[in-house]
Ligand binder design. Sequence first.
Ligand code: SAH
Length: 253
Amino acid sequence: MTPYVRAKKHLGQHFLVDQNIARKIVDALQEKNRETLEIGPGTGVLTQFLKPEFPHFLVSEIDTESVEFLREKFPDLNIIEGDFLKLDMVSLFKSELSIIGNFPYNISSQILFKVLENRNMVVEVVGMFQKEVAQRIASPSGSKEYGILSVLMQAYYNIEYLFSVSPDVFSPPPKVQSGVVRFVRKENFVLPCNEKLFFQVVKTTFNQRRKTIRNSIKPLTVDRTKIDDFYLNNRPEQLNVDQFVEICQMLEA
Ligand code: SAH
């Protein structure tokens, strides 16, 4: 008998039941021949389409019950049992990889930060997020959704908001709307500035997003006088990726 998977809230388990939407998510991933990792396959609604079409395919699943279910349903599936956030990507993957998943919403920011950390390997991502998170990542400077993850992700990836998904196609239904996003790494993904400084400036200034850069950058011990007034007088949410890079270049000059 196939084991039964009881949906666990603390693991963000909302199983997609609509086969057409599952198909659409899988079709959104452009490159089939790259190593491809699915995060959180659950009972395998995406896996069933991914496995036959992606020759270098593996999954990362934390839930023992889901793992047992998947082993039964797909006997030769390559499953890495455990927490994706603890996965050592460098030792696991040869070079480049794609990531796909209907992600557990409770750890979506952490998944994105892990993608950023491994940006030299992660070329493409197709993921379902809570709609607000999906929109935030894709939103341009000047909008109220624009934040740390928007700047950092947009610095390295071209981002497309693909489509929205309503709660009633999941079991159990989540309380929020969902959105599917595709990231494709930019051709040139090395910024023309000190990248550690770039991360620090973005994170520090957005911690006080209502203040101007002049004030929000204070916690960083940098020489503010090197930055042009135009940037100092703006709030972080008004600056795009290139402008954050320019701030870093001025600080380094
Ligand atoms: N892809 C399936 C399940 C989505 S629910 C579907 O669309 O139906 C989210 C899945 O992520 C669950 O299977 C959950 O067990 C798994 N998960 C949650 N936290 C995880 C983590 N830290 N690492 C790996 N998988 C995780």
